[in-house]
Design a protein around this ligand. Structure first.
Ligand code: NAD
Length: 281
């Protein structure tokens, strides 16, 4: 019998990283509202606590853990604590990203590429999720299955004129998403990634100017900018058994931003300039 839409994650123990804000927070709340038990982790202990508290006061199940995904010891503790407390790991959602304003400013010019900035992005954005997967996988394999989800980025699929270390780290992450899918799919562990376009989270709001938001609206094939819940909804699907035959997929969730030929707005303007043909009698 199929499950109701409110219990798609019933009996599932789900770890989410970077869950104190933005997409991770929205996912934690939505996972819990679908009956999942959520291990809310973030480098910021306070925000993780707040999200876990919001879940439990709404009647859901959650605990909070302070976890810097760039610290292998904390990842080990995250996995051990989850297994000790709940006996299993059904879902690992690797969502955290490096947040560092100084590194953003040192990553604006390819001619000044700073290896320290690149390594920092790889340590958090790539290794953070890959090492967490390495630690969670033995438990998933023993259980006979599990779902690993990554938040990658639309930036991983194309060239850019800035954020070189960020984009490269997400492109590298895509490879691991598919390598994990290939390595463990036959044993029931699935690995998929969500590649968001611009989503209105604290990180994005801190970075995007009103001019950039207007420019995003021009290239989106959607009536509004993206919200964290737009990503969380797909994460719930990937965490649930509804996606049981989905493995190794990189999902672009970008309001249709990448579905057109690049010169679509030129075509739109040209079409708008055409005058209607005169009516014939
Ligand atoms: N918002 C967008 O437009 C957008 C677009 C593409 C991809 N993404 C991806 O979505 C994911 C979530 O981003 P967001 O926009 O919700 O950001 P956000 O800033 O709202 O949330 C990121 C969270 O990660 C936490 N964090 C930072 N460093 C950490 C670390 N070392 N260990 C654990 N937690 C850490 C922060 O404390 C914060 O709570 C990221 O992987 C990001 O690359 C976002």
């Amino acid at each position: 019998m199929s499950r109701s839409v409110m219990d798609r994650l019933k009996d599932k123990v789900c770890i989410i990283t970077g869950a104190g804000s933005g997409i991770g927070r929205a996912s934690a709340l939505m996972f819990a509202s679908e009956g999942g038990t959520v291990v809310v982790t973030d480098i910021n202990a306070q925000t993780a606590e707040t999200v876990a508290h919001d879940i439990t006061t709404a009647g859901g199940q959650a605990i909070a853990l302070a976890v810097d995904v760039g610290d292998a010891g904390r990842l080990e503790d995250m996995v051990q604590t989850t297994v000790k407390q709940f006996g299993r790991i059904d879902v690992l959602y690797n969502n955290a990203l490096l947040v560092n304003a100084d590194y953003v400013m040192r990553d604006l010019d390819l001619l000044k590429l700073d290896p320290e900035v690149l390594y920092a992005h790889v340590r958090v954005n790539v290794l953070g999720g890959v090492l967490a997967s390495k630690l969670a996988l033995p438990h998933m394999l023993e259980q006979g299955g599990g779902s690993i989800i990554f938040t990658s980025s639309g930036s991983s699929l194309g060239g850019d004129v800035t954020a070189f270390s960020y984009g490269a780290s997400k492109a590298m992450l895509n490879w691991y998403v598919q390598a994990i899918a290939a390595s463990f799919g036959k044993q029931g562990v699935r690995s998929n990634a969500i590649l968001p376009g611009p989503i209105q989270t604290p990180s994005m709001k801190a970075w995007a100017t009103p001019e950039m938001d207007a420019a995003f609206m021009e290239v989106l094939n959607a009536p509004r900018l993206g919200e964290p819940d737009d990503i969380a909804a797909l994460a719930v699907f990937l965490a649930s058994d509804e996606s049981r035959y989905v493995n190794g997929v990189l999902y672009r969730v970008d309001g249709g931003m990448s579905c057109t030929v690049p010169f679509i707005n030129v075509t739109r303007k040209a079409l708008a300039s055409f005058t209607a043909p005169p009516e014939t009698t």
